[in-house]
Ligand binder design. Structure first.
Ligand SMILES: Nc1ncnc2c1ncn2[C@@H]1O[C@H](COP(=O)(O)OP(=O)(O)OP(=O)(O)O)[C@@H](O)[C@H]1O
Length: 262
């Protein structure tokens, strides 16, 4: 099943071409990492894939489909049930508890009265455990550390139980231990929910290990898509990041490794 697809999708910021005619097919069970240098349009692309309003400076052309239909062909509540978006910065202007922040993810599934159900509370508890924040329910969100806030945002995306997760730098501000805890959720999540995960990363080593596919936005406005094996190449990564990149052997650097790392 195709969860997300684009046809000839182009993205401009003013006169600058960020992305040129992207044809993307994201299937159920896949985890896609979006790579590229800073300012290349990763967050803007993710916003568009989430069908969120874009700042006026962006021009978008081309087709976007969720499960082979335009997002506008779904009702608003259906859209919110189908797609979870985790922003790069989770700005919450009003004081709220961790439980309140996470339960926002349940709104699309809620009753008109707005009370949380037993199922909502069970999902809250499960999600906080998954992100290592069990017992944090009544903590004030704004009082948490940057990394703790990141994990709360992830929990909000998890309880939404959307088939498509669009995560903008979910691992930022996290140490290796917690990066691995979160990134290990992606593949089982995509498999379990019959959905897919698209996540932005600035760490190609993590991205290539814990994803099935990559989309790289190049400084030239070109892009490269394919299975992660295509990107395990110093030449390809050098083009993506516009700087010299080499494989280091024997290892003088250390990185977290996936269970299936060889
Ligand atoms: N509201 C806005 N007004 C003007 N320019 C904007 C606006 N939002 C984003 N941009 C510009 O659009 C370009 C793409 O931004 P975007 O945030 O998508 O990049 P990115 O690849 O996600 O970068 P990073 O890796 O640094 O997060 C950048 O050059 C940015 O300065």
């Amino acid at each position: 099943m195709t969860v997300l697809s684009t046809h000839s999708l182009s993205l401009r910021c003013g006169s600058r071409l960020l992305l040129d005619r992207l044809n993307l097919q994201v299937h159920a069970g896949e985890v896609w990492a979006v790579l590229g240098v800073s300012g290349q349009g990763k967050s803007a692309l993710l916003r568009h894939l989430a069908h969120l309003p874009m700042p006026a400076v962006f021009q978008v052309q081309g087709e976007l489909n969720w499960r082979d239909k335009a997002p506008t062909s779904y009702r608003r509540a259906e859209r919110a049930q189908m797609v979870a978006w985790m922003p790069q910065q989770d700005f919450q202007p009003f004081e709220c508890t961790v439980a309140q922040r996470v339960l926002v993810g349940r709104y699309p599934h809620g009753s008109t009265l707005g009370w949380e159900s037993r199922e909502d509370l069970a999902l809250l508890s499960e999600a906080l455990e998954q992100v290592g924040l069990k017992g944090f329910e009544s903590r004030v969100f704004q009082s948490l550390s940057g990394g703790e806030q990141r994990r709360v945002s992830m929990a909000a995306a998890l309880v939404q139980q959307a088939s498509l997760m669009l995560l903008d730098e979910p691992l930022s501000q996290l140490d290796w231990h917690h990066q691995v805890d979160l990134v290990r959720l992606f593949k089982p999540w995509a498999a379990k929910a019959g959905g897919a995960v698209v996540w932005v990363s600035h760490d190609p080593n993590m991205a290539l290990q814990f994803s099935s596919h990559c989309l790289a936005l190049m400084p030239s406005g070109e892009h490269l898509t394919g299975p992660v094996s295509l990107f395990r190449d110093a030449g390809v990564l050098s083009r993506v990041y516009d700087c010299a990149i080499g494989a280091v052997r024997p290892a003088h650097f250390y990185f977290p490794v996936a269970d299936d790392y060889t």
